[in-house]
Design a protein around this ligand. Structure first.
Ligand SMILES: [Mg+2]
Length: 233
């Protein structure tokens, strides 16, 4: 009989879905906000944010918006709009299919960095919680710094009752996900489906690198094969 003693711990952002979709959802919320409170054309505001998201203004999109439209609104207010909005997100089909496949013979967890309230809103919007056994908000463990601290990984393993040596961490970030999990004694798979490089030397620590989520079941099965045990009648 099969012993379900293996686990896979997934990162969330840029691992189970493209983080870019959350940014776009946030931009849409900001566009709605400035349209409602500052009389700006919503579509124009969204286009400005989108345009600023590529090239040298990337990361300064909200500043670009206020400067371009001459808005007398602190950028911090718009940051709050993004943080508090209810995101519109969809779990990619291959992610859902892969989690369903893995759920038959692995225990599954999500271990995510970031502000827990925002991460909870993402998890809710993606509808991913029913596909895994537990969700760990990393900054609620250890010092609050999140991965690569050991505590978030160990909290997930404890919830799943799985030993580190029987677990694999899957994530895009070589420091938070790969280094963090490896030093807890987990095996690791780096995903590069949505994350753009460059990738540093720590990537070499990963046991495997995949470019598609749908490759995870086969690779994970090679890294940690199922244990077959026999029961005496
Ligand atoms: Mg990530």
């Amino acid at each position: 009989m099969l012993r379900n003693d293996r686990a896979i711990l997934f990162d969330l952002d840029d691992t189970l879905y493209p983080l870019r979709h959350f940014r776009l959802s946030g931009f849409a919320a900001v566009a709605r906000h400035v349209a409602a409170h500052h009389g700006v054309d919503e579509a124009r505001a969204y286009r400005i944010l989108l345009g600023a998201a590529s090239g040298p203004t990337r990361g300064r999109e909200l500043n670009v918006l206020t400067e371009r439209l001459g808005l007398d609104v602190p950028v911090a207010t718009l940051v709050r709009v993004i943080r508090r909005h209810t995101p519109t997100l969809q779990l990619p089909g291959p992610t859902a299919a892969t989690l369903r496949t893995l759920g038959r013979s692995w225990k599954l967890a999500i271990v995510t960095n970031g502000i827990p309230a925002i991460q909870r809103a993402k998890v809710e919007a993606l509808g991913v919680e029913p596909l895994v056994d537990t969700v760990v908000y990393a900054s609620e463990h250890g010092t609050g710094e999140g991965k690569p601290e050991r505590e978030p990984f160990l909290a997930a393993l404890e919830a799943l009752a799985v030993e580190p040596a029987r677990a694999i961490a899957v994530g895009d970030d070589e420091f938070s996900d790969i280094f963090g999990a490896a030093r807890c004694g987990l095996r690791t798979i780096q995903t590069r489906e949505w994350r753009r490089g460059p990738f540093g030397v720590v990537s070499l620590c990963a046991d495997a690198v995949v470019s598609r989520m749908s490759d995870v079941p086969v690779i994970a099965g090679c890294i940690l094969p199922e244990r077959l045990t026999e029961y005496a009648a």
